[in-house]
Design a protein around this ligand. Structure first.
Ligand code: NAD
Length: 651
């Protein structure tokens, strides 16, 4: 059992497009009225709009925030704050501007409203890192935590792409390290996983279209969640290393995070397998470190410390600094180990923590090969390949198991012919036919549910007269069928064609009996003008699907019976309506709750009522007979619906 303690950081968060318009309300909500407005130089236009929204509340402005919160800059801003008796800072920008707001709050107790414009996450942490005399010191306290954060997605649309990519990976790093933090807990785990999948899904879309507001929104939301992780639990090797590289070698903050993250993950992978598995699952891949590297590389982010301007001669020194003081990390920190990590990061090598790292690349290659297909085909094949690869990987499939699968499919094909369709049996017994069928049903609520076609339908059944007998003297309990075809509102459907087919008393369809001379227990009817039709047949009985082939072997292997609940098949077509393929099941029949093709639906179980005495058509029946009385409601076709909508008719 897991032990943990958890403290949440109370920040009010306002999230959405255009939310910076609420800044005045948010300041007033805190009971403040004298604002010092902080904004970075690249955000002048945004700052002007926010100043306008704040109106008379702004008493001063300061635009000099700098990376790593230099104390001398804080002193200048503090003087401005005091001169103007400000009681609140409103900061517009990334981690640097937020850092200045925090440093001011720490010294003066003013409230902070932060409008975050990058994905750094600093706005939701009670931590500030300040530099004095070239030394960066980190402080944490509740006063440092901003009171309110406004995430206005519109403010992030103009964040330049290189900064976007680096900042997004900076956020990703918070979530990754939270999952193997010594303080990890279920709340933070959930936030971290949501952040990882959100960032990984949104980043490529933002790269494709930096003005895609939805993708920007998802990225910003992921960054907020990741920042919340950063504020709640201790970080490990990755953050420490980036701190060292930024502080002692002047490397840029977010870009350094971007280069180092895959390598820090690879270093920790063997000591944090559970966290890596969860990260890989959230990314939909097999090997998390290499997948993060691929994500960065394909986005066009930096992948080597060399390109960030670090000298190869500094690697040993950096490794020494990063391991000088012990700190919690899943894997023991050794100077040689960190030096090797930095060497990989400096060269920009793709990390490979296991032979499986190649698998994600392989899947990506296959998916990319569908690039020229039309949208629907590409999407279906992509998903199919991803699921198949995932199936093989997660089950650690052996070559002989896969060969067995191929043999099984080969035999399924070989036993199929014009009258035996083993692939339909396979689809039915695995429930896939019913999945497709249920989804089709869900598109036409209020109509008679459909059911699987099954393998025994034959095109062009013989036409039959109303009242005729499909059984043609075959043994079985006589069944009088009296059904009507209507539209969704009960209106008669003109011109319908109804095909009916069923098994005989021994559970066989005519196509399974080679000695039969022509079709039996199958017919085509043309209902009357009110949509009605009647005929005689026999009460269907349960029957086993053909189980002498590979599908039967499969059922036997898993201890499943091959029986279908007793039913009559109907296929109903009419001009202007969708075709309905369905089955009516005999109420009280066997196997209703274990139908081997999972085809039974509650609304299709009908009382085939027992009768005595004369039949409705005057036929004298010797003994008992049964009656099936049912109304089918069929859905209008899409074309008919659109036409009705265009003419304003009631559809
Ligand atoms: P940043 O705040 O330094 O911003 C980088 C550049 O991007 C700046 O020039 C800025 O003006 C510009 N910019 C920001 N948003 C923009 C936008 N929407 N459009 C155009 N330009 C924009 O970078 P950062 O990565 O957000 O922050 C880095 C700093 O934050 C570092 O000092 C780091 O140590 C600190 N940080 C602290 C914490 C914490 O919890 N204390 C967390 C993360 C980062």
């Amino acid at each position: 059992m897991r032990s943990f303690s958890y403290l949440s950081n109370p920040v009010r968060v306002v999230f959405g497009a255009g939310m910076s318009g609420q800044v005045r309300d948010e300041v007033e909500r805190l009971g403040r009225s004298r604002v010092l407005l902080l904004a970075g130089p690249r955000l002048r236009e945004v700052a002007a709009r926010v100043a306008e929204a704040l109106g008379s509340l702004v008493v001063a402005r300061f635009d000099g925030a700098a990376m790593h919160t230099p104390v001398e800059v804080t002193e200048q801003a503090l003087a401005v704050l005091r001169e103007n008796s400000a009681d609140c800072v409103v900061a517009i920008g990334g981690g640097s501007t937020t850092g200045l707001a925090k440093a001011l709050a720490l010294r003066s107790g003013v409230d902070q409203v932060i409008l975050a414009t990058t994905y750094a996450g600093s706005e939701v942490t009670p931590v500030v890192g300040e530099t004095a005399d070239g030394l960066k010191t980190t402080r944490s306290s509740p006063e440092i935590l901003p009171e309110t954060v406004i995430y206005d997605v519109d403010l992030t649309l103009g964040l330049p792409l290189p900064m976007t990519i680096a900042s997004a990976v900076n956020a990703l790093a918070h979530a990754v390290e939270a999952l193997y933090s010594p303080d990890a807990n279920p709340v933070v785990d959930a936030l971290a996983l949501e952040a990882i999948s959100g960032i990984a899904s949104a980043l490529p879309r933002v790269v494709a279209d930096p003005l895609d507001a939805d993708a920007r929104g998802e990225l910003l939301q992921g960054a907020w969640l990741a920042g919340t992780c950063l504020g709640a639990v201790a970080m490990g090797l990755h953050h420490k290393l980036c701190h060292t590289l930024g502080g002692s070698f002047g490397l840029p903050h977010a870009e350094t995070h971007t280069v180092v993250l895959p390598h820090a993950m690879a270093y920790n992978a063997s000591s944090a397998p559970e966290a890596m598995k969860r990260i890989a699952d959230a990314l939909g891949v097999t090997d998390a470190p290499s997948a993060v590297f691929d994500l960065i590389e394909s986005a066009g982010g930096p992948t080597s410390l060399r390109e960030l301007g670090m000298s190869g001669d500094d690697l040993a020194k950096a490794a020494e600094l990063a391991t000088a003081k012990p700190y919690p990390n899943p894997r023991e920190l050794t100077k040689a180990g960190i030096e090797a990590l930095l060497d990989d990061a400096w060269h920009g090598r793709r990390p490979a923590t296991s032979p499986l790292a190649e698998l994600d690349k392989l899947t990506a290659q296959v998916v990319a090969s569908f690039g020229n297909a039309d949208d629907r085909i590409r999407s279906l094949l992509t998903d199919l390949v991803r699921h198949l690869h995932h199936f093989a990987i997660t089950n650690d499939l052996t070559e002989s198991e896969w060969q067995h699968g191929i043999d099984f499919l080969t035999r399924t094909g070989q036993i199929s012919d014009d009258t035996r369709q083993e692939f339909i049996l396979l689809s039915d017994t695995l429930g896939v036919s019913s999945v497709v069928d249920l989804m089709t049903n869900s598109r036409t609520p209020g109509t008679t549910p459909s059911a699987v076609l099954g393998p025994f339908y034959v095109e062009g059944p013989p036409a039959a007269e109303h009242g005729s007998d499909l059984a043609q003297g075959l043994p079985g309990t006589p069944l009088w069928v009296d059904v009507r075809i209507t539209g969704p509102d009960g209106e008669p459907v003109p011109g319908a064609v109804v095909d009916v087919w069923q098994s005989n008393e021994d559970g066989f369809y005519d196509v399974q009996l080679p000695d039969l001379d022509g079709p039996v227990l199958r017919a085509r009817f043309h209902p009357d003008e009110l949509g009605g039709l009647t005929f005689w047949t026999i009460v269907p009985v349960p029957y086993p699907i053909p189980d002498d082939g590979p599908v039967g072997k499969m059922l036997d292997k898993v201890g499943r019976h091959p029986f279908r609940a007793p039913h009559v098949h109907f296929m109903i077509s009419a001009p202007g309506y969708q075709r309905l393929v369905t089955q009516l099941f005999v109420g009280g029949g066997d196997y209703l709750d274990s139908d081997t093709v999972f085809g039974v639906k509650e609304k299709l179980i009908i009382d085939f009522a027992g009768q005595n005495g004369p039949a409705p058509d005057g036929r004298i029946v010797d003994g008992k007979w049964r009656k099936l009385d049912f109304t089918f409601r069929i859905a209008k076709s899409q074309a008919a619906k659109s036409q009705a909508a265009e003419t304003g008719a009631d559809s």
